[in-house]
Ligand binder design. Sequence first.
Ligand code: SAH
Length: 464
Amino acid sequence: MSKQNKQGNAPVQKNEIIDVTFEDLTHEGAGVAKVDGYALFVPNALPGEQAKVKVVKTKKGYGFGKLLEHTKESEYRVEPPCPIYKQCGGCQLQHLSYEGQLDYKQNQVKNVLQRIGGLENVTVHPTLGMEDPWRYRNKAQVPVGMEEGGLVAGFYQQRSHQIINMERCVIQDEANDEAVSRVKEIADQYGIKAYDEKIHKGTLRHIVARHALNTDQLMVVLVTKGTELPNKKNIIDEIRQALPNVKSIVQNINPKRTNVIFGEQTKVLWGEEYIYDTIGEIKFAISARSFYQVNPKQTKVLYDKALEYANLTGRETVIDAYCGIGTISLFLAQKAKHVYGVEIVPEAISDAKRNAKLNHMDNVDFAVGEAEEVIPWWHTAQGITPDVIVVDPPRKGCDEKLLETIIKMKPERVVYVSCNPATLARDLKILEEGGFETKEVQPVDMFPQTAHVECVSQIIWKGN
Ligand code: SAH
């Protein structure tokens, strides 16, 4: 490698045309090729493919290219079934067969565990995928705009704020597609104006539809700029007629200039404040703003695996760190003596407590706070010594202080649910150095057609 490359300077120049081989995919689904160790990101390229590429931008350490022509195509390449796949950007892997996607995700976990975690011999199982990897999403959040013909609802064109109308989304539950289309038509018919972010005027910002897979209950949320909603009564009546399984129609008010979808205030316009869904035996109440896993079928697969790895007999004390609305906590509480859940968002903990009551479970306690602060306090001040710790952190992984506490507490097992293999690998390395051993890792495909990789790992205490 030349001295220049070591400093991250580009070995290629803008507008240069080169032949490359792709080795990997980015989180955005672009192909990654290496030129003398320098990474070049190229949309629409798959691992194993070769192509002529034009360099379009170079930066220190990495650059971007445009694919001109394939010289070798991947055997896994397929025609994306969605007609707006390229414009939308919501999916990144529709041009890769589902078999290819599952293989890619398993390899991605293996490679990252080796490269970042130095974990050479860990078993990484084949990815658990869906029988039907389409129409799995239980929530649609669709921005609303105006065209000459009236209201449009769909998605922001990539890198712009132009809203493109969309009638169907191939990864969305059909009930949500239908709900969004009908609500858009009804609002249009009653002269509702879309919110215009440029002038911060208008009424309807987003249409949100949530469909509970296992109970078939539907919630419709109209996100508006102000409290006013002209023709409210007629709109409610028409929505109820058009969507017979609707159980909850609510208005959320977001008066701010922001990309954040929801505002602080929510009003029930008709029906219930909550809809209900089940995962396995556990029932969950879902409000307009509640966090809830978007792929309920695969959530069951993921949590069953977490439960298997926790290996509970009914005698164990368990901590669920980063517990959200307590989904994993309640799942574990079915088989544990006691579960303690901790989560930083107060509303999520309110939901968790409500869900515990709903299921008549009294062997769970929830606390609001940072896992890395609350868990050491539980341990030293309250004498809570867990047999099993489950962590399910956000993409940035576990706080180092939490990992140190886990090493001090020496639970028999740690179950690590991760949405980012890179931080998983980093954290497993720390746990291994602290006396733990990673037994196995199971990737679960929570988001088919996208580049998201989720996995659950079992880590055991090796003893002093
Ligand atoms: N286990 C849950 C959700 C996990 S998502 C489920 O399966 O549904 C990660 C969660 O970690 C989010 O709810 C986020 O609010 C929370 N979080 C982020 N940083 C945290 C911290 N330092 N301490 C506790 N919770 C945190």
